[in-house]
Design a protein around this ligand. Structure first.
Ligand SMILES: [Zn+2]
Length: 166
């Protein structure tokens, strides 16, 4: 971690809305990415928990509502809806948002984005960048605990709880 770099408060706030079982681990992942990225870029978590209602609205964008398509998942079909997913971007110079997956800001021979992927995958998270063509989602990571979104949706319905028992 560059000495002038401080933890991103926005990211820490978003980590706090993840499923309770993932909060400590997500914080650890975040701190590890801070250590790996020694240049002018650091990671920011742009999305963590997203309600099913928000997901419905997002799914409508670019379909029944104006705008560009931003998600493949209908409400309830995204792991974000259960606090089990994280989207990232890079924060350059502490202020500029970037989704450049190739740039090696810290000049260590590996794209900063892929360094982040490495940290997530070492913790057992799945990366959307490995999904099949047409469904690729480079900023997205999820930890599913082997559960389907259908099962998770049923649990939410049954218990009325946002965070399903895992
Ligand atoms: Zn996502």
């Amino acid at each position: 971690m560059a000495s002038n770099m401080t933890l991103d408060k926005i990211t820490l706030t978003r980590i706090a809305t993840l499923h309770p079982k993932l909060r400590l681990e997500a914080r650890e992942i975040y701190i590890q990415t801070c250590r790996c990225l020694t240049g002018k870029a650091q990671v920011r978590f742009t999305q963590t928990f997203r309600s099913i209602a928000e997901q419905h609205a997002l799914y409508a964008q670019g379909r029944t509502m104006p705008g560009k398509k931003v998600t493949w998942a209908e409400g309830g079909k995204s792991y974000h809806n259960y606090g089990l997913a994280v989207d990232i971007c890079l924060l350059v110079d502490g202020k500029t948002i970037s989704w450049d997956t190739l740039k090696d800001y810290d000049g260590d021979g590996m794209a900063d984005w892929l360094e982040c992927v490495d940290v997530f995958e070492k913790h057992g998270w799945q990366w959307g960048g490995r999904w099949k063509a047409g469904k690729i989602d480079m900023p997205h990571f999820q930890k599913t605990f082997g559960k389907t979104t259908t099962w998770l949706a049923e649990q939410v319905k049954k218990t009325g709880r946002v965070y399903v028992e895992l």
